[in-house]
Design a binder for this molecule. Structure first.
Ligand code: NDP
Ligand code: 8X3
Length: 254
């Protein structure tokens, strides 16, 4: 396994859920992390917990391409030697049928899950290559593989991420940069609270009476994929809660 004390991990969406759990997992193993997100108070709390020597924080909206560019160019040593990119920031908004969904919500998902993710990867990739290699981890979803009612643009954005990750592998042939797309199913984080815009009743429903995965489960799979010896590339990891399965096709009858 690789020595995690040599990892410098740039994480988008480290204020909650998978990104926050991954920051903790990497620092516990001796790595350095750059934790980013829009909520400054949460970043400061995380940095206080993990230590400023291990955790550099940047208040950042991944949709802000110029801001992202500036922040990456201004990374101080040793946080400038990024060798793992965890392109995790993302969200689902709404679960309405396509004809009733909000176009503003669709735009936000496209801007964040697609544009923000490609900005992050594209801006950090040359540094990874120049430093002799590294690892790009993208956050896809089972929603990028399987359709469900109301999944529309969210699922499509994750299908984009899946194909982007595969295509990255083609372009990175011989560059010693690995690429892994993580494709989780039901996992209890703030994901549903965001999807249902703060409605706690609606947000808790997907997790009630069942055992969803946790952010720590996903962080562990990310950490594992990046710790494997350099000659091994995990293309994708699709994980579901044991309590979640795939349903039958939906047949409409008169
Ligand atoms: P959370 O809502 O708990 O965390 C999402 C993170 O993304 C937050 O840190 C948030 O930070 C950040 N984020 C959202 N928008 C932006 C933005 N414009 N700029 C910067 N950061 C942003 O959700 P999860 O941890 O569950 O989700 C993480 C990723 O995993 C997402 O891409 C999600 O689609 C995906 N996923 C989640 C699953 C689940 O069931 N939970 C399953 C499969 C995939 P802040 O608001 O502070 O900016
Ligand atoms: C999140 C999982 O099934 O709620 O990507 O879309 S799901």
């Amino acid at each position: 396994l690789l020595d995690p004390s040599r990892f410098v991990v740039f994480i988008t969406g480290a204020t909650s859920g998978f990104g926050e759990a991954a920051a903790r997992r990497y620092v516990a193993a001796g790595a350095k992390v750059i934790a980013t997100g829009r909520r400054k108070d949460r970043l400061e709390k995380l940095q206080a917990e993990l230590g400023a020597g291990n955790c550099h924080i940047i208040e950042l909206d991944v949709r802000d391409r110029a801001g992202l560019e500036k922040a990456i160019a201004a990374l101080p040593a040793p946080f400038d030697a990024v060798n793992i990119v965890l392109a995790n920031a993302g969200l689902a908004l709404g679960l309405q049928p396509a004809a009733e969904a909000s176009l503003d919500d669709w735009q936000t998902m496209i801007d964040t899950n697609i544009s923000g993710l490609v900005y992050t990867v594209r801006l950090l990739l040359p540094g990874l290559i120049a430093r002799g290699g590294g690892h790009v981890v993208t956050l896809g979803s089972v929603a990028g593989e399987y359709a469900y009612p109301g999944g529309s643009v969210y699922g499509a954005s994750k299908a984009f991420v899946k194909q982007f990750a595969l295509n990255l592998r083609s372009d990175l042939q011989g560059k010693k940069v690995r690429v892994t797309n993580i494709e989780p199913g039901l996992t209890e984080t703030e994901f549903s609270l965001v999807r249902f815009k703060g409605d706690e009743g609606k947000a808790s429903a997907p997790y009630s009476g069942t055992k969803a995965m946790t952010a720590e489960d996903i962080a562990e799979s990310i950490f594992w994929a990046t710790s494997l010896p350099e000659h091994v590339n995990i293309n994708k990891i699709e994980l579901m809660a044991t309590t979640q399965a795939i349903g039958p096709f939906d047949i409409y009858r008169e």
